[in-house]
Design a protein around this ligand. Structure first.
Ligand code: AMP
Length: 397
């Protein structure tokens, strides 16, 4: 982490601190229905306030095309106030006279939420004049929105070139965890990649086979690999046109001495629905009218042994159609085993990306992993080995 500026190297007292956070919370009828994202950034907000900074919060909400009241951050500011149990002011614009007047009225330790940055189209264009307008409002920039760091927008990247730029505590924790998995991991390192399709994860697989010691491939995407190896997969979800891509990834793994762990058996059903009758089959006997919906018992054993051999685990994507019982068995068994190894301090386990969080919650083990990232796109791009603009700008050079 010492290659990033954090709050430890920021002089915040009596400073106007522009803090970019992720407040893109689920809402229904004007009420926040899940405050997890607010809770995640709360420590950074209160730390800056307690150190005497004037906390000026920047965030986007939804995908408005210009000003749109339904995407206002006003109710989110109220929810933030409830979470941190402190007063939170709100200004109806993130630039211009409205924002400036609200900021001029602040005392050290005060907290102000500025209206949705995406009410200005210039935000997503990283427009230099808009960046300057934002920069004029503050003296220090803190980015705590890892989940938006793969976008080079005015408030996620542009500002970092105009003001002294620091990582907030959530950003710091995320970078710390991802570095433990990918930059300087304890070896051997295993990755588990599942999910529906190869096509959305080609870059991820290509990067991982060059970095990890073993790669478990599960979920629908494993079917594409099995098909590429000549296995008859019946009516299973697969991208048969990506057979060459799958073979290229397997070749790269072999060249990089990365062991590939594909299913050796499968749970097959004849309907894609919960509790559809199903059986375990060997790969030489998948029925032509069947669908592979989960890894089989022998495959689960192999995954568990592979986790036992590893000191670091990176996980993205479920091993089967986990939303449908009982096709969550492989995912749940592997997740529980990884959680047990983590609790026994034998494993550092890092997981992330959309459905992965839901799958770990379903297995009841999300809290037992060393770190679970809720950042979908940014998490994947980091794991693909790509530089994230909102992270790069925080780097000490
Ligand atoms: P992703 O968003 O790429 O991580 O994919 C997650 C989705 O993949 C989930 O909705 C799973 O139900 C689905 N999935 C995983 N394994 C299979 C499978 N064998 N057949 C069909 N869908 C699957």
């Amino acid at each position: 982490m010492n290659s990033f500026r954090t709050l430890d190297n920021a002089d915040l007292n009596n400073k106007r601190v522009l803090l970019r956070v992720d407040l893109n919370v689920p809402m229904e009828n004007g009420k926040v229905t899940d405050a997890t994202r607010i809770e995640r950034v709360a420590p950074t907000i209160t730390e800056i306030a307690d150190k005497g900074g004037k906390v000026i919060i920047l965030a986007h909400f939804g995908r408005p095309k210009g000003r749109d009241e339904k995407d206002s951050l006003r109710p989110v500011a109220a929810a933030l106030s409830e979470v941190i149990k402190r007063p939170v002011e709100f200004a109806e614009d993130c630039v211009g006279a409205v924002a400036k007047t609200a900021i001029d009225a602040m005392d050290p330790g005060d907290i102000l939420v500025l209206e949705n940055t995406r009410f200005h189209r210039e935000e997503e264009k990283n427009d230099p004049a808009f960046v300057q307008k934002l920069a004029d409002l503050g003296e220090i920039y803190v980015n705590d929105a890892f989940s938006a760091a793969h976008r080079a927008h005015a408030s996620t990247e542009g500002l970092g070139h105009k003001l002294p730029a620091h990582a907030g505590r959530t950003m710091q924790a995320e970078l710390d965890a991802l570095s433990k998995a990918l930059v300087a991991p304890a070896a051997p390192v295993i990755a588990i990649v599942g999910g529906a399709k190869v096509s959305t994860k080609i870059d991820l697989l290509e990067n991982l086979v060059g970095r990890v010691d073993a790669l478990v491939i599960g979920g629908g995407m494993a079917n594409t690999f099995l098909h590429a190896q000549g296995v008859r997969i019946g009516k299973s979800l697969a991208e048969r046109d990506l057979a060459d891509t799958a073979r290229r990834i397997l070749d790269k793994a072999e060249a990089g001495k990365c062991a590939i762990i594909l299913p050796v058996d499968a749970i097959v059903a004849f309907h894609f629905e919960a509790n559809a009758p199903s059986h375990a089959y060997g790969l030489d006997a998948i029925p032509d009218d069947g669908m592979i919906l989960d890894i089989g018992p022998l495959s689960i054993e192999r995954v568990i042994h592979a986790i036992d051999d590893a000191r670091t685990l990176l996980w993205n994507g479920p091993l089967g159609a986990f939303e449908l019982q009982p096709f969550d068995r492989g995912t749940v068994a592997a997740a529980r085993h990884a959680a047990e190894r983590t609790r026994a301090e034998k494993l550092v386990s890092i997981a992330g990306g959309g459905d992965t969080v839901a799958a770990l919650n379903q297995a009841g083990v999300a809290d037992d992993f060393s770190y679970v990232s809720t950042a979908g796109g940014a998490f994947l791009e980091f794991c693909e080995g790509k530089a994230l603009p909102g992270v790069e700008v925080l780097r000490v050079r």
